[in-house]
Design a binder for this molecule. Structure first.
Ligand code: GLC
Length: 423
């Protein structure tokens, strides 16, 4: 059966090599020609299976673009050809040494680097390369807690759907609809690479760009942005992934004797633990993101809404409710796990984060299910992901009903997940 067929590791390695740009890996050639933060974290785990030196380099190059205030940008525009991507550095307007965007992405680096230390065949190399990165991780986590939760609520906020990494998730429809549209005209580059029915619509794009302009207009001033940004959302996945990463960061700090800033990380962890229940929804059987501008929960079940499982933030009762939900959700499409629950009227199986399956999310949910005592769900997610890659190829994301690849082909994180999880 195709599910049990072995992953073509030679092909997966070849994709990473082909997407290597002198120390950073582009997500895919053409559509995403620079370094994206959470792609890079996942991709490093893939590199580690056959080139440990190159895996550590991926992280070093990323943290080289860290801002002075600790922020790790979601895109680093390395090299000269910035116009090949839209919106490029001139639209973002940040004046950093390595041109970059002005928002971050899910903070999974401490988690993945911790895993890399554990898995390292060359332990000495791992220790040497990771040591200088740990204080940078601490700075990054402090930035999240300080700048994105200035009132100490325990729940960090996000200022852009792109920051979630789940760009056009239907969870963001309502808060995004209240953002004005930009008035200038522009040419999208993504539509030159991928069919428009697999990408976000123009009105969404106009609002994405309004926000990019907004940060620049306010000179990236954190306090002003916190107070005035028209989009300010508690993204439960962003909260959960930061929380898990903070927990994973503490043993790294202890191991490398780093003490500065650790108390702030510990305080952030405690505050989130105390606050997370505010996002729980009994009827939906999961946590929901929250729009702090409209003061209302964002009532859409997405793969993001079960990620508190990955962070150990759910009580036993909440965990079993979510696992039950996930099981039904897996049954609702040919393969899983669809990024939006197929029963939702907003489900679109081909459109990016509105339905398609993403391999790295399946991996995180599988780890969560396993940790929660449901290895059967973990195995199901694993065999579905293997089937998709074997039948369709190393695509950016997959149609859960048609069992077909969508978006960009020869995609780095899909190849990486195949190498470290499926092979
Ligand atoms: C899209 C995805 C985001 C990813 C980026 C590069 O913006 O939504 O999660 O990081 O592409 O692959």
């Amino acid at each position: 059966m195709s599910e049990s067929r072995l992953i073509d590791t030679a092909a997966a390695r070849e994709i990473l090599r082909a997407n290597d740009r002198d120390g950073h890996t582009v997500p895919t050639d053409g559509l995403y020609p620079f370094q994206w933060s959470w792609d890079s974290a996942i991709t490093a785990l893939g590199w580690q299976t056959f080139d440990e030196d190159r895996a550590w380099r991926e992280a070093e190059v990323m943290f080289d673009g860290q801002w002075g205030n600790g922020m790790l940008p979601h895109i680093l525009f390395h090299g000269g050809n910035a116009d090949s991507y839209f919106p490029g550095p001139s639209v973002w307007g940040s004046r950093t040494r390595i041109p970059s965007s002005a928002i971050s992405q899910p903070a999974i680096w401490a988690t993945t680097l911790g895993m890399m230390l554990e898995r390292a065949a060359d332990r000495k190399l791992a220790e040497t390369r990771l040591a200088p990165l740990v204080p940078k991780l601490v700075d990054y986590h402090r930035w999240w807690y300080r700048e994105r939760d200035p009132d100490g609520t325990g729940l960090i906020v996000s200022y852009h759907p792109w920051e979630s990494g789940m760009d056009n998730s239907p969870a963001w429809d309502k808060p995004l609809a209240r953002v004005p549209e930009v008035e200038w005209t522009y040419e999208r580059r993504d539509l030159g690479h991928v069919d428009s029915d697999q990408r976000p619509h123009k009105p969404e794009y106009d609002r994405y760009l309004y926000l990019v302009d907004f940060y620049k207009r306010h000179d990236f001033n954190s306090r002003v942005i916190y107070e005035e940004c028209p989009y300010r959302v508690i993204d439960v996945a962003l909260v959960a992934l930061l929380h898990r990463a903070s927990i994973d960061l503490l043993p790294l700090c202890a191991h490398f004797g780093i003490t500065e800033g650790v108390e702030e990380v510990e305080a952030g962890i405690s505050r989130t633990q105390a606050a997370i229940d505010r996002l729980w929804n009994d009827e939906r059987r999961c946590f929901l993101s929250f729009d702090t501008r409209a003061d209302e929960p964002l009532d859409v079940i997405t793969t993001g809404t079960v990620l508190p499982l990955f962070a150990g933030l759910a009580s036993d009762a909440q965990a079993s409710a979510m696992l039950e939900l996930i099981e039904e959700w897996l049954d609702a499409s040919t393969v899983g796990l669809a990024s939006t629950h197929p029963a939702s009227p907003l489900y679109e199986p081909k459109r990016y984060w509105r339905g398609p399956i993403w391999s790295h999310i399946n991996w995180m949910i599988a780890l969560s299910a396993e940790a929660a005592g449901r290895p059967d769900i973990a195995e199901r997610l694993q065999s579905d992901t293997r089937r998709l890659i074997n039948e369709a190829g190393f695509w950016e994301y997959f149609d859960p009903d048609a069992v077909a690849g969508c978006g960009g082909d020869r995609f780095s994180w899909t190849a990486a997940v195949a190498l470290y999880w499926l092979a």
